[in-house]
Design a protein around this ligand. Sequence first.
Ligand SMILES: NC(=O)c1ccc[n+]([C@@H]2O[C@H](COP(=O)([O-])OP(=O)(O)OC[C@H]3O[C@@H](n4cnc5c(N)ncnc54)[C@H](OP(=O)(O)O)[C@@H]3O)[C@@H](O)[C@H]2O)c1
Length: 200
Amino acid sequence: MKILLVGASGTLGTAVRAALADRHEVVTASRQGADLPLDMTDPDSVAAMYARLGPVDAVACTAGAVPLRPLAEMSRADLEAGIGHKLLGQVELVRQGAAHVAPGGSFTLITSVLSHDPIPGSTAAALVSGALKAFVVAAAIELRQRINAVSPSVFTTTLAGGTDRFPGARGVAPADVARAYVKSIEGAQTGRVYRVEEPF
Ligand SMILES: NC(=O)c1ccc[n+]([C@@H]2O[C@H](COP(=O)([O-])OP(=O)(O)OC[C@H]3O[C@@H](n4cnc5c(N)ncnc54)[C@H](OP(=O)(O)O)[C@@H]3O)[C@@H](O)[C@H]2O)c1
């Protein structure tokens, strides 16, 4: 398959690329150093990227940031930044990508555990992840392609970096999160949210 991977240079993107690269042609896109330049917050940039990419069998996204900030300190700009990046950025990849991805191909989006397992400061991230999960379920009955979301707990690599935001957490390895992308891309399911969560 020819697979577009948005965010391949990141922690998760590196793991997803490694899980796919020996069996598929992986074309990368992001703001810096990728095969194709892309700012997913800009619909014109998304259009230009798809025009250069040509037909593709799958789109996988491992990019999208949301500010972690207490609700009492959350500005309108913080909310718009998170919604514009992780929510609308990924929705735009699907909305425009529907004309470029082969029928029966797939979209795989990134959400997070925070929509059902929140921490202080996660209201914007929870809002965005919940919206993405609802979008995937609804889009699945309209698209000619399959669409799924991957919803991981905090990564082991994030915990190893030293954060006290996730008390008691063991984390999930990026390589295990990447297996959910393989399931979404190479499997047959649609409209699913794959929770990759640590066991207690
Ligand atoms: N880290 C965790 O513990 C954790 C847990 C659950 C879920 N998640 C989610 O997993 C996803 C990936 O996290 P990560 O830690 O792997 O992120 P990361 O290491 O910061 O990597 C982000 C990737 O996204 C690309 N990117 C950033 N802004 C972009 C834009 N506007 N347009 C296109 N590409 C852009 C970056 O490349 P350029 O800089 O070249 O653009 C980079 O390749 C995020 O959505 C995050 O919320 C993370």
